[in-house]
Design a protein around this ligand. Structure first.
Ligand code: FE2
Length: 200
């Protein structure tokens, strides 16, 4: 199936003041759309237009950089929009997720510090992640469009640290953006949904 740009699961103003309407308009309508359009063109050229986005990401990694970058960024952004919600973030986690963070990541405060640190220390464009690998949670960071799918993991939470994700609202203050993401934006219900799917 061809890649399609999903609609945002909330209004463009919904995440203010932590993420502006202007950021979402550029990030979703321009950047994500370009990944979809370029991904479709390159997938067709590679004879992979019938494959799912996950299949294209895994098959193109290390083999077709142009296709991989666009397909992986399409995958990452599909989930990124859903990893945020109005009134999200903070310490009120679903019990099952809290338990996994306590046992695998050393508790909420350590998760918060380590996740923000991963995003802050990713040099240049990329992502910070929480993924399930071999049944356990782990925090990682990746450059550009790369994601845990190509490293044997199943991402359950990710934050975009490309400048297009924060520069309008935070300028160069990437740590402030990451703190706002964790404290005020994370949609823990969607993280739980991803966790349950990854640990079935
Ligand atoms: Fe992005």
């Amino acid at each position: 199936m061809a890649f399609e740009l999903p609609e945002l699961p909330y209004e463009y103003e919904a995440l203010q003041p932590f993420m502006s309407k202007e950021t979402l308009e550029y990030h979703h309508d321009k950047h994500h759309k370009a990944y979809v359009d370029n991904g479709n063109k390159l997938a067709a050229e590679a004879g992979m237009e019938g494959k799912s986005v996950e299949e294209v990401v895994k098959a193109s990694f290390g083999k077709n950089a142009g296709l991989f970058n666009n397909a992986a960024q399409h995958y990452n952004h599909i989930h990124f929009w859903k990893w945020m919600k109005k009134g999200g973030g903070g310490k009120s986690l679903p019990a099952r997720l809290q338990k996994a963070i306590d046992s695998d990541l050393g508790g909420y405060d350590k998760f918060r510090a380590d996740f923000i640190n991963a995003g802050t220390t990713q040099f240049g464009s990329g992502w910070a992640w929480v993924a399930v690998r071999d049944g356990k949670l782990e925090i990682s960071k990746t450059p550009n469009g790369e994601n845990p799918l190509v490293h044997g993991g199943d991402p359950i939470l990710g934050v975009d640290v490309w400048e297009h994700s924060y520069y309008i609202d935070y300028r160069n203050a990437r740590p402030k953006y990451l703190e706002a993401f964790v404290d005020s934006l994370i949609n823990w219900d969607y993280v739980l949904e991803r966790y349950e799917a990854a640990t079935k």
